[in-house]
Design a protein around this ligand. Structure first.
Ligand SMILES: O=C(O)CCC(=O)C(=O)O
Length: 342
């Protein structure tokens, strides 16, 4: 105890008086704000334009394009990759929503996932505002040939809805994605999708895998009740999808319906039907899937993906916040990292 007062006393007497630029109260608040505000971490370069040229235009093989872009990204954020992998190794054994390797999908009911029912209800409020403001008609006018997966909200628009961001990084979900991916991922993209009645079978309405990464964890949360007439997402387990694709020599694009209609396969198809707040967490890069097909009634789903920070490319509805909303000040380290903050 003896040393402390001496130190502070001598400091008082020895230092020349400082000129104050700011009143002490203001300086203290400023210092507290500067230290409390988590900083946005470096994100790797945006690879989407290069990916489109290499993969879509030049049609180079997917593993080659993934390896090249992912390797280049790793170099730009090497220390973050190491930190994220270490956090994945440190995760305890109890991961309630864990995805098993052969299925890589987990359906859930509202009671299985804290916050699911409330998040679904909040999304329905936002959807009702969207329809009341006639933004639905604008979206349909802009997309006359696409009556599915229209974005009520997308990407950084979620910055205005911290309650939804909080759900995206809730620990049961984040831990499941971390365990499955072997790294603490980022919530790379997010969208609130509305699908009205339609008769098309285009793009994601046909069986496919998401080709942008080798693996990912995608959430599809039913915000309104989903039945057969709401065009639920349908999917096959990962190992079966991989076997079918290998047998068919499938490399990219649509996968033929007839191959899924085969005996021994058709009965393995699952449809993510259920009440508001139910849904599925799945690896849409390994599991064949489709949705929004044959809707006779509206469907509203909240989607977001967890991807390794060094994933080869990005989604169209990328989430990259410039600052962490104040309402998220109580997030833990893993949750902040998942939103790209240190
Ligand atoms: O649910 C749907 O309509 C399809 C979703 C889909 O294909 C995807 O998210 O990759």
């Amino acid at each position: 105890m003896a040393g402390r007062p001496e130190q502070s006393n001598s400091a008082h007497t020895a230092d020349p008086p400082r000129r104050r630029l700011l009143p002490p109260g203001v300086a203290a608040i400023l210092a507290a704000t500067m230290t409390a505000q988590p900083h946005a971490l470096r994100r790797p370069f945006r690879a989407r334009p290069v990916y489109r040229v290499l993969y879509k235009r030049l049609r180079l093989p997917r593993p080659f394009v993934h390896g090249l872009l992912s390797g280049a990204k790793r170099l730009t954020v090497a220390s973050q990759v190491a930190r994220r992998e270490a956090l994945a190794r440190d995760l305890g054994p109890d991961v309630a929503m864990a995805l098993e390797e052969p299925t890589a999908a987990r359906r859930f009911e509202p009671a299985d996932l804290p916050g699911a029912a409330e998040t679904a209800a909040r999304c329905v409020e936002l959807y009702r505002d969207y329809r009341a403001d006639a933004r639905d008609r604008d979206a349909l006018a802009r997309n006359p040939n696409k009556r599915f997966l229209l974005s009520v909200l997308a990407g950084n628009e979620f910055a205005a809805h911290p309650e939804l961001l909080k759900f995206m990084v809730s620990r049961p979900l984040l831990d499941a994605a971390t365990r499955y991916l072997g790294t603490l991922p980022v919530v790379e993209g997010a969208a609130l999708w509305w699908t009205p009645p339609n008769d098309t079978v285009r793009a994601s309405q046909a069986w496919h895998i998401d080709e942008l990464a080798a693996r990912q964890v995608k959430m599809l949360l039913n915000c309104l009740p989903v039945d057969a007439e709401n065009g639920p997402v349908h999917f096959l387990p990962a190992a079966l999808s991989e076997r079918l694709r290998a047998e068919a020599g499938h490399r990219r694009g649509r996968f033929n319906d007839a191959r899924v209609a085969a005996p021994g396969v058709e009965d393995k198809v699952q449809a993510s039907t259920g009440p508001a707040g139910s849904g599925v967490l799945l690896d849409s890069s390994r599991c064949l899937h489709f949705g929004s097909r044959g809707n006779r009634a509206d469907r509203l789903v909240l989607t977001f993906h967890y991807l390794p920070i060094e994933a080869p490319t990005e989604t169209r509805y990328r989430l990259q916040l410039a600052r962490l909303p104040e309402a998220l000040a109580d997030l833990d380290e893993r949750q902040r990292l998942a939103l790209g903050f240190g």
